[in-house]
Design a protein around this ligand. Structure first.
Ligand code: FES
Length: 118
């Protein structure tokens, strides 16, 4: 079972798990600010679920590449991924950055003390 690490907290999931769905099910704060309510609910069009991923995940989808090539994102080569388009295929580390779409350069905390789980 792959392990997803977020802010030093580890979660186990099935291989092929959708990253957005899994993080939300674990009450991990995937979205910044009002993006938690103003988002495309996983269709890959808003870009607000952008995160940096280190580890083994599915290849970027076509819609993901298109959205990440539109501002304020800086392209797929920036290393950001859209969590709603990512399937977890092995151990990964997830980092969220600041900015409405997660397009910033300053890492933010995704785990809230009351919702943290192992
Ligand atoms: S939720 Fe909108 S792009 Fe992922």
């Amino acid at each position: 079972m792959p392990t997803i690490t977020v802010n030093e907290q580890a979660f186990s999931c099935e291989s092929g798990t959708n990253l957005r769905d899994f993080l939300l099910s674990q009450k991990v704060k995937l979205y910044n600010g009002k993006a938690a309510t103003i988002n495309c609910h996983g269709h890959g069009t808003c870009g607000a679920c952008a995160v940096a991923i280190e580890g083994v995940a599915s290849e970027p989808t076509t819609v993901e590449k298109i959205r990440l090539n539109l501002p304020p994102h800086k392209g797929i080569e920036s290393g950001r991924r859209l969590a709603c388009q990512v399937k977890v295929l092995g151990d990964i580390k997830v980092t969220k950055y600041d900015g409405f779409w997660g397009e910033g350069e300053v890492p933010v905390t995704m785990i809230q003390a009351a919702s943290a789980s192992a």
